[in-house]
Design a protein around this ligand. Structure first.
Ligand SMILES: *Cc1c(COP(=O)(O)O)cnc(C)c1O
Length: 396
């Protein structure tokens, strides 16, 4: 039986390869950080991690995880509602709620699960989900699992959002869903305007702060802080896998009745394992660190401004960014791959993105800035871009 399946898979995989869409994995043999070592022995500067605050290898978080490993063991071997809840899980949930100015939080194994499990328990066929066209794959999948009517608006297009709200006028409940930061351009959702429209048309708001938590807003509380809307949206989802230490874990934080219902009915919560105690403990430590100082946010914001300005001065076409994502526009798919390969030879690890990940003829290199980057790292990256950019005729 497998012979036929195998033949089919080999053919499909070779089509992926021929289309230039095959994903290769580079193997890192050091901790995640600004400097990484790959298995070829090459040491490179990393400009493509979601390690926005440089916490992936933070000594305090590592120590907190080690202490919890000793005091609370390795794993829970249970879902939360059977015997998978420790005091650490409850404490982290409370801390995350306070961080975002929300009422309660529910943890998941990943934000993919948080988004996968948020819609179906809350909304039915008489309701509407109005979703930004560029929302993350996990939101799209979560919406698919729910019977609510689906409306889609063009990325950050408020006229279109309004049109969709009007189209959904007869639905019982309406939920507008948006990423906080869109990961390909680095733009922020216009939450101030979304909030006005939500009020006007009596809709709730859900923001996925995965790329914005820890990054956007003066104290890193995300786009709700940026627009002075802390605690004003009904639902926020986010990840512990990006700025917040980079290990694993996701969460939904929001109105307490919503969280209560998710604990009763959200399938990725009910039927999947609890996060390891050490991850919960390091998460608690992370929130505590961020409640004491904005040092890392300040450095990240400074780094991002420095990098973008220098790249614009060098002549590159940079998308305006309000996050730590800097899209260096190249437009041509092949050029983006060539440029990323040449940059790697210069010791700069970045990734070129092209269709279908971004629209046709909008190929780019996405640079992700971190608080772990020192000025010398940024300068080295800018110098390498300038050198390779000139070689390839991208800049003069
Ligand atoms: C990364 C990301 C996720 C997935 O987070 P995980 O915790 O890695 O599953 C969900 N939504 C958005 C917007 C993301 O950027």
């Amino acid at each position: 039986m497998y012979d036929k399946v195998k033949e089919h898979l080999v053919k499909e995989i070779s089509e992926i390869r021929n289309a230039g869409l095959y994903k290769n994995e580079r193997v890192i043999v050091s901790p995640q950080g600004a400097n990484i070592k790959v298995n070829t022995g090459q040491e490179v500067l990393n400009f493509c991690a979601n390690n926005y605050l440089g916490l992936s290898n933070n000594p305090e978080l590592i120590q907190a995880a080690k202490d919890a490993l000793d005091s609370r063991g390795y794993g829970m071997s249970s879902v939360r509602f059977i015997c998978g809840t420790q005091d650490l899980h409850k404490e982290l949930e409370q801390k995350i709620a306070e961080f975002f100015g929300m009422e309660d939080t529910i943890l998941y194994a990943a934000c993919f699960d948080a988004n996968g499990g948020v819609f179906e328990p809350l909304l039915g066929e008489e309701d509407a989900i109005i979703s930004d066209a560029l929302n993350h794959a996990s939101i799209i999948d979560g919406v698919r699992l729910c019977k609510a009517q689906r409306f889609r608006y063009n990325n950050a297009d408020m006229a279109d959002l309004e049109a969709q709200l009007i189209a959904a006028a007869n639905c019982r409940f309406k939920l507008i869903v948006t990423d906080g930061v869109f990961s390909m351009d680095g733009n922020v959702a216009p939450l101030d305007k979304i909030y006005e429209l939500a009020n006007k048309y009596n809709a709730m708001i859900m923001v996925d702060e995965s790329h914005s938590a820890g990054v956007v807003g003066r104290t890193g509380r995300g786009v709700t802080e940026l627009y002075n809307l802390k605690g004003k949206c009904e639902i926020i989802t986010g990840t512990l896998g990006k700025a917040f230490g980079g290990a694993i874990g996701g969460f939904t934080t929001g109105k307490k009745e919503i969280i209560e219902m998710l604990r009763q009915r959200s399938r990725p919560y009910l039927f999947s394992n609890s996060i390891p105690p050490m991850v919960a403990a390091a998460g608690i430590k992370m929130v505590e660190m961020m409640s004491k100082t904005n040092e890392l946010q300040d450095k990240l914001h400074e780094n991002t401004a420095y990098y973008s300005n220098k790249m614009i001065e060098a002549g590159f076409d940079i998308k305006p960014t309000q996050s730590a994502i800097v899209a260096v526009m190249l437009y041509d798919a092949k050029l983006s791959q060539e440029m990323a390969a040449k940059l790697l030879n210069e010791g700069i690890y970045v990734i070129g993105f092209y269709f279908p990940v971004v629209p046709k003829d909008k190929a780019r290199i996405r640079v992700q800035i971190s608080a772990a980057h020192e000025r010398q790292h940024l300068d080295k990256c800018i110098a390498a871009f300038t050198k390779v950019g000139k070689e390839l005729g991208v800049i003069k």
